[in-house]
Write a protein that binds this ligand. Sequence first.
Ligand SMILES: [Zn+2]
Length: 203
Amino acid sequence: MKKDGEKVSPGDPLALIEEFIGGRNTYIDDSVIRSSVAGVVKVDWKNRIIDVEPIKQPLTIDVGDEILGKIFHISGVFGYVEIELVRKEGKGPWILLRGKYTGVVYPPTRVTDVGSTYHVRDEILARVESTLNRTLHLSIRGLRYGVVRAFCKTCRTELVRGDEPGKLVCPTCRSIETRKVSRLYGNTTIIKTLHKEKVLNTW
Ligand SMILES: [Zn+2]
């Protein structure tokens, strides 16, 4: 029989039905308790129950998924984004990512000054457009996508939406900055998600 803590694959024999009761993620096949998942064996000797705790598969980020992340570096026009949260196919709950995932974002139109699109430390909502060469290419094209939170260059205060489209205003020093602003800029749900208050799952 398998030992406590041992890794098993689907179909692997765990114990005989005379010895144990099959618990979670097991099935019986010809007097043998087998695992129905890839996981780790848990043996309860007192009650003689054998369970398998499933191992989570690594999360993959695919084309069409939405991400929330922070720009940590800019090189040329490319913004390098630390992805903090993902929403599969742009629907359902946001998933907080424990591992390190990085993506690259591009300005949606040809620009001479990338500073009018995004800055380091900006938080963006983007859509995964391609995974070519195992790089997550992020798009901020469309009204929904773009910067959702930004801070003043001068005094670091959180900027608020200005009167003109694409303009953000510092409530402290009144300076005005330009970005590719998402229509969800300052949206309560997005801000709560960024603060991990609205996140249901952690990976
Ligand atoms: Zn300011």
